[in-house]
Design a protein around this ligand. Structure first.
Ligand code: URA
Length: 212
């Protein structure tokens, strides 16, 4: 475990302690420190080819200490299974690691405060492909407004720190719960991402990123 005394990614904040790709302590966001019961770090292999990026933990994630374990997580698990993947095959993380009060969207300052943690995690995992789950992570990584329903399945480049990652834009799994027409979009996007990364049913271990 390291006390962060001035590394670029964590900005020299003495409240931050990291443990590999995990954040063991951080008190940068007063509202989130007050509303969280724990820091929710990413889960999954630390050398995963595919990384899914959500917005922030909700109540279930805050209680269990793991991203996407509520209803959205069940939809994600189902789409992964459909694509020939198990949850344990991929890494799942969030833009912000602490639950915002009343499940509000994370604020821009909170996203910025947590950005270094994400940079460090992605740098360590070095995935073949990222998948942004919903508007907040898509706009956070691409630094532009994103119409996720229209752009779902698109492969773009996202700059995180000093690296660029091939990224598939996706609707959030929760969107399928409010609007049944988004289900097909979501499932197709996840299958496409598995295929592009060369994991899952169709991949045969061979990434097809060169085609994009
Ligand atoms: N929604 C997210 O964006 N992240 C989670 O971890 C759970 C729900």
């Amino acid at each position: 475990m390291t006390q962060d005394g001035g590394g670029d990614a964590d900005g020299g904040d003495a409240t931050v302690r990291t443990d590999g790709p995990d954040v063991a302590a951080c008190e940068r966001c007063p509202d989130l420190v007050a509303s969280r019961s724990r820091i929710v770090n990413g889960v999954g292999p630390d050398d995963a080819e595919l990384v899914f990026l959500g917005e922030a933990p909700g109540a279930n994630e805050d209680a269990e200490g793991e991203p996407f374990v509520g209803r959205s997580g069940s939809v994600l698990d189902e789409a992964l299974r459909d694509a020939g993947l198990a949850r344990a095959d991929v890494r799942i993380t969030n833009c912000v690691r602490c639950r915002p009060p009343e499940n509000r969207d994370p604020r821009s300052g909170e996203l910025a405060n947590c950005r270094g943690h994400l940079e460090r995690e992605l740098d360590a995992v070095d995935p073949e492909l990222l998948v942004t789950l919903g508007k907040v992570p898509s706009e956070h990584l691409l630094d532009r407004s994103v119409a996720v329903t229209n752009e779902a399945g698109d492969v773009v480049d996202a700059r995180v720190g000093d690296r660029s990652y091939r990224t598939v834009i996706s609707v959030h799994p929760a969107a399928t719960l409010y609007d049944g027409s988004q289900r097909e979009t979501f499932f197709e996007t996840i299958a496409r991402a598995a295929d592009i990364a060369g994991v899952g049913e169709g991949g045969g271990g061979q990434s097809s990123l060169g085609e994009f």
